[in-house]
Design a protein around this ligand. Structure first.
Ligand code: MF3
Ligand code: CO
Ligand code: CO
Length: 263
């Protein structure tokens, strides 16, 4: 197996899928309020993707090896949920932080991006974790250019996050993406600079660090999908889909509502 180098035509399709995924995150933002259920957010996003954008929501019925098919169209991970939170009839409440993770398929190609949202007013600690995790993602993105190594990304994220007293989840990582949801390579959010695959222009992968306020350990819930921190500490995640270019990177999942790039 090897890492695909996308053609200019494929890259153009990935730009479209990526922007559409970002636009779902823009669309849903005003609905993330105390009292709304994550199931309602799922339905709104599903209908927007299908009816407005003409996209397929990639998570719906997604069944990688060993998993039961994912039952919903988006992932909604609240507070100590790390990732793959399954939308339910549970209501969001003021003070919650929630990650919404969107993956669109347009013209066969995937765009994958997630953001953190505040429900009402977050605690100072929760807000800081969300902001610093956003910076951690960008610290990783800024390592990307042809000739850099995959390990440079993980090293930069780990150094930044652990320097703040946070921990990096190990079991889930970024991934190549294109005609398939999850392709090679695996993009670890920890590691050693100068190690791993050398990046080449035309590679496309996600960077999606999961950062815990407490210890790095996680466990899976009985629904077969939702991942939570073992110590119940808060966890945050942000995700973009990134194209490697000769001189650096292009973020394929930016949209009008993307938060400002950190200085
Ligand atoms: N969007 C997630 C990722 O970033 C994967 C979700 S798989 C699902 O890789 F089945 F839970 F949707
Ligand atoms: Co992803
Ligand atoms: Co995702």
């Amino acid at each position: 197996m090897s890492i695909s180098i996308k053609t200019p035509e494929e890259i153009e399709k990935m730009r479209i899928a990526g922007r559409l995924a970002g636009e779902v995150l823009d669309y849903i933002a005003p609905f993330v309020q105390p009292g709304v259920t994550t199931e309602a957010l799922d339905k709104l996003c599903h209908d927007y993707m299908v009816d407005v954008q003409g996209c397929i929501p990639a998570p719906l019925n997604y069944a990688p090896g060993g998993h039961t098919p994912y039952p919903k169209s988006i992932c909604t991970s609240i507070n100590h949920q790390v990732c793959h939170g399954v939308p339910s009839e549970k209501k969001l409440k003021s003070g919650d932080i929630v990650n919404l993770d969107i993956t669109t398929i347009k013209d066969g190609f995937h765009g994958d991006t997630s953001r953190m949202y505040y429900v009402g007013e977050p605690s100072i600690q929760a807000k800081r974790l969300c902001e610093k995790t956003y910076e951690a993602m960008w610290v990783g993105i800024r390592q990307v250019r042809a000739g850099a190594h995959l390990g440079d990304i993980g090293h930069a994220i780990q150094t930044f996050a652990e320097g703040l007293g946070y921990s990096v989840v190990r079991e889930f990582c970024g991934h190549g993406i294109g005609l398939k949801f999850h392709e090679e390579p695996q993009v670890l959010h920890y590691g050693k600079a100068g190690t791993g695959v050398k990046l080449e222009a035309g590679m496309i992968f996600t960077i999606e660090p999961m950062i815990n306020a407490g210890k790095k350990d996680i466990k899976q819930l009985g629904d077969g999908w939702s991942i939570v921190t073992k110590d119940h500490s808060l966890s945050a995640q942000w995700e973009h889909t990134i194209l490697v270019t000769e001189t650096g990177f292009e973020v394929l999942t930016l949209s009008a509502g993307s938060p400002a790039t950190p200085a």
